[in-house]
Design a protein around this ligand. Structure first.
Ligand SMILES: [Zn+2]
Length: 479
């Protein structure tokens, strides 16, 4: 006998989608949005009252590092179970993470291994992968043609960290050329690794070892230069570029210039650059300052204001988290100077509410929050409108946000496995009340529900793909 349809009617809320803001009910049937409008309950509907609340598309986080290994052996604090729990609790129902192939490992093999590991851990949200390339040669570049068939439509290069993961300008330019042919999006970590290395050496020679020197040795010009170079090379290759984690006004200005010049360039900033600033590191005790070390570093309050404004005016396209948590003692902080502190912060759980604080302060309207936190990352990922929006036929990924309640961030209550929070004690307007992944409640009344993770790998369309053809999720053999 066929199972009865799973039906939910979310009623009485204010629906926010790419089509605008309106009082509307939404019906989910079997994991998809079946109807939107003034809807009467029908037999079999589970009723969810969203009165006084916003109903948003589930968040799409374009930049997370869950269960990732850095510097050869240091693993981020979250596995896919805890990392996806943190995402879900924070209203994010899709994450695009990273597959990092070994030096001589074929991309297809690396991706199969990555997928098997993620599936085994039972994530609560749907997921995809960008593939990281390190100084790719011609053999590796030839393999890029396989990526679209494997459900991957983006690659990432680092212009920082020479000797570890950096790619030089030839590798970057050749990748851009290949990506342009294949319709792949190229992500860059834009900082000038060589210049930073010199500044670090000079600081250490002068005896500067404290965490604040992580920031002093990565000034905004090292970021702006890399943005300028990457955007110019992308233009030359006629490729589409995405600059991850923009942190400074100077770098943003380079991005704006490239766009005004006609470049197909997209920009992301991350929640921490909007609320953390360099004063948290300067003069602070080592143990405290280390909590805020990330690359690029937290900047000034003026930079923050520019980033908020750019999210509002379209100068930036995406608000991501760059969730990259390290256990504070023994992983994030080890003995030695500032270069030994792991770069990266947790944030997947706080991203959406930090973004919502911009709505509360009047920086941008709530429909713009849906663009930067859901719709645009879904478009860039090649999963829109299945993800990132609520329209008939979309996956029933939704968030009920209660604007009347405030949330206080704390490591005591968050769902990540990491043992600290750079946002400890911060209070923001709004509360993530309910979250649905393909129609199934994963958060109800602010509480994460126990249950089997059935997050699915998302096969993503390339930038040159047919946008009317909805990419299917690969359901594999899992029920
Ligand atoms: Zn990152």
């Amino acid at each position: 006998m066929p199972e009865p349809a799973r039906r939910t009617l979310v009623h009485g809320g204010t629906l926010v989608t790419s089509a605008g803001v309106a009082a509307a009910d939404v019906r989910f049937v079997d994991g998809a949005v079946a109807a939107i409008g003034a809807l009467d309950p029908e037999p079999g509907d589970a009723l969810v009252d969203a009165s006084g609340c916003f109903v948003l598309p589930g968040g799409v986080d374009f930049h997370t590092h869950i269960d990732a290994v850095f510097r050869g052996s240091i693993r981020t604090a979250d596995d896919w179970r805890t990392g996806s729990a943190a995402a879900a609790a924070g209203g994010t129902t899709t994450v695009i993470d990273f597959c990092s192939p070994g030096p001589d490992q074929p991309l297809a093999e690396a991706l199969a291994g990555w997928r098997a590991r993620v599936e085994e851990q039972g994530p609560l949200v749907d997921y995809g992968a960008h593939v990281i390339l390190v100084q790719p040669g011609e053999e590796r570049l030839a393999e890029l043609a396989e990526l679209p068939g494997l459900g991957v439509s983006s690659v990432k290069l680092y212009l920082a960290y020479p000797g570890r993961v950096m790619s030089d300008d030839r590798a970057l330019f050749r990748t851009l050329q290949r990506a342009a042919e294949l319709g792949l999006l190229v992500l860059v970590h834009a900082e000038n690794g060589h210049a930073i290395d010199v500044l670090v050496e000079e600081a250490l020679e002068s005896g500067e070892v404290e965490p604040e020197w992580h920031g002093h040795t990565r000034p905004p010009l090292t970021e702006a230069e890399a943005v300028s170079r990457a955007t110019a090379l992308a233009r030359l290759a006629e490729a589409e570029l995405y600059v991850v984690h923009l942190s400074s006004e100077r770098a943003l200005a380079e991005l704006r210039r490239a766009r005004a010049d006609g470049g197909r360039v997209h920009g992301e900033t991350c929640s921490h650059y909007l609320v953390l600033d360099e004063s948290l590191l300067i003069g602070a005790p080592r143990e405290e300052a280390a909590k805020f070390v990330c690359s690029p570093p937290a900047r000034t309050r003026d930079d923050q204001a520019e980033l908020w404004a750019a999210l509002g005016d379209g100068g930036l396209d995406v608000l991501a988290s760059d969730h990259c948590p390290f256990v504070l003692h023994g992983e994030k902080i080890v003995d030695g100077d500032f270069t030994h502190i792991m770069n990266g912060l947790p944030g997947v759980e706080q991203r959406l509410l930090i973004g919502y604080s911009g709505v509360e302060r009047g920086v941008y309207p709530i429909e713009r929050l849906v663009e930067i936190a859901s719709a645009e990352p879904a478009r860039l990922a090649g999963i829109y409108p299945r993800k990132g929006d609520l329209r008939v036929g979309s996956d029933a990924d939704a968030v009920i946000l209660d604007p009347a309640v405030r949330t206080r961030f704390s490591a005591e209550t968050h769902h990540s496995a990491v043992d600290y929070l750079p946002y400890e004690g911060m209070e923001v307007p709004g509360r993530i009340r309910d979250v649905f992944v393909r129609g199934r409640a994963v958060v109800a009344d602010g509480r994460l529900l126990d249950g089997p993770g059935d997050g699915r790998f998302l096969a993503r369309a390339t930038r040159s793909g047919d946008p009317s053809a909805l990419p299917a999720s690969d359901e594999g053999d899992t029920p």
